[in-house]
Design a protein around this ligand. Structure first.
Ligand SMILES: [Zn+2]
Ligand SMILES: [Zn+2]
Ligand SMILES: [Zn+2]
Length: 384
């Protein structure tokens, strides 16, 4: 957890430039190797035990309130090398943005309410799946590269000055995919916007969509449950339908299970190539999954056991380890010489002496989370 410049370490937290540490304890190289061997990480049981121990250990160590580095006047989880980026999520090397998410391709600026993906985006408002040198887009989906001055467009490629178009390549001055002259375009677009305000689209929930709103969710090709919204704002099918969102259950294929989890060998060394022909039942969701040849090669190289979960469940488990998009107003948990739960003892005296720190911040760690959360200053006094 949050280590920098380390190699050959296991289950550690907050270390810098360390080697041969296990749960932050320093070992000699030979002892380290011996300890790792004893954990039997080549077996299912060994990995499960180690994962539990790691999670228990991490809960005893402080976390910096903000997951990100080198920011100026910025808030949001996984925001790094940013300036004036606020209430955003998973952003790198960008500036002057708010309510933006999943833009890890640098560099982006002056964007608002934009989702996925970046690479030199500028002046985007309510767009998604756009990027790569696209400039001044509003209410657009999947418009890139080098799209400019487009509104209400979808799937455009290197097109500019388009309104309400779909699937165009290298076009300019088009409305609803019809070509106009520059003069016609400049006259017609304001008229259409005025018309949108006077006769707005009203959806099944009586929400009014005048000019300035993104496409209604009725138009989405995907079910709410098929999107990343579900990771951050999970709702039931019933709740989704009440809000007028579509809900699409993607049918899984019917497969005859040939192996149950308890029939799998415990260690990777016991696995033979016949496993590639088996259809395995996921320990969690009971759906079928297979082991692919390259996956088996990887597991053998890394000396890791066969997975007990299908790909979807593994993905979900990984994503659940990440902070969500929401931010919470909280105070530093440093209570003086220990954290407020009494689990972590500070290693040196902090700037606030033995009184609680009480520094306030916005963080992705919610109030019910088990993690110890410190402000930047307290964290840096412990981890340097
Ligand atoms: Zn599963
Ligand atoms: Zn503090
Ligand atoms: Zn402190």
């Amino acid at each position: 957890m949050t280590v920098f410049g380390c190699n050959d370490c296991f289950g550690c937290a907050n270390l810098r430039k360390s080697s041969y540490c296990i749960f932050n304890k320093q070992y000699k190289k030979t002892d380290y190797e011996e300890q790792i061997k004893e954990m039997e990480l080549n077996t299912v049981i060994g990995v499960k035990k180690a994962q539990e121990k790691v999670r228990e250990f991490w809960k005893t160590q402080p976390n910096k309130y903000h997951q990100g580095l080198k920011n100026l006047n910025s808030t949001g989880s996984y925001v790094t090398n940013c300036k004036n980026v606020n209430d955003s999520y998973l952003i790198r090397e960008s500036e002057n943005m708010r309510y933006c998410q999943y833009m890890q391709m640098p560099k982006n600026k002056e964007c608002y309410d934009t989702t996925i993906w970046g690479a030199n985006m500028e002046l985007h408002y309510e767009t998604c799946l756009s990027g790569e040198n696209s400039y001044n887009l509003k209410f657009c989906v999947n418009c890139w590269p080098a799209c400019r001055d487009d509104e209400y467009c979808m799937d455009l490629f290197s097109s500019s000055d388009c309104f309400g178009c779909i699937g165009l390549k290298k076009k300019q001055y088009c409305i609803l995919n019809k070509q106009y002259s520059k003069e016609e375009y400049k006259t017609l677009v304001p008229k259409i916007k005025k018309h949108m305000d006077e006769m707005p689209y009203i959806d099944s929930q009586s929400l009014v969509y005048k000019y300035g709103e993104f496409f209604p969710s009725d138009f989405s090709l995907y079910g709410y449950n098929n999107t990343i919204a579900m990771q951050h704002f999970p709702i039931t099918e019933e709740e989704a339908k009440k809000k007028g969102y579509t809900w699409i259950e993607v049918p899984r294929g019917e497969y005859a299970i040939t192996k149950k989890i308890f029939e799998l060998p415990d260690s990777i060394e016991e696995v033979n190539d016949s496993i590639l022909k088996e259809v395995i039942e996921c320990e969690n969701c009971k759906n079928a999954y297979r082991i692919l040849e390259n996956e088996l090669i990887f597991l053998r190289n890394e000396k890791l056991p066969l997975p007990n979960l299908c790909h979807d469940c593994r993905y979900e488990r990984r994503i659940n380890d990440r902070l969500k998009i929401q931010l919470y107003g909280r105070s530093c948990m440093c209570a003086g010489n220990v954290d407020s739960t009494g689990i972590y003892k500070n290693t040196i005296e902090h700037f606030h002496g033995d009184k609680p720190c009480e520094e306030k911040f916005k963080t992705g760690y919610n109030l019910d989370s088990k993690e110890i959360v410190y402000c930047e200053k307290c964290y840096q006094q412990e981890v340097y």
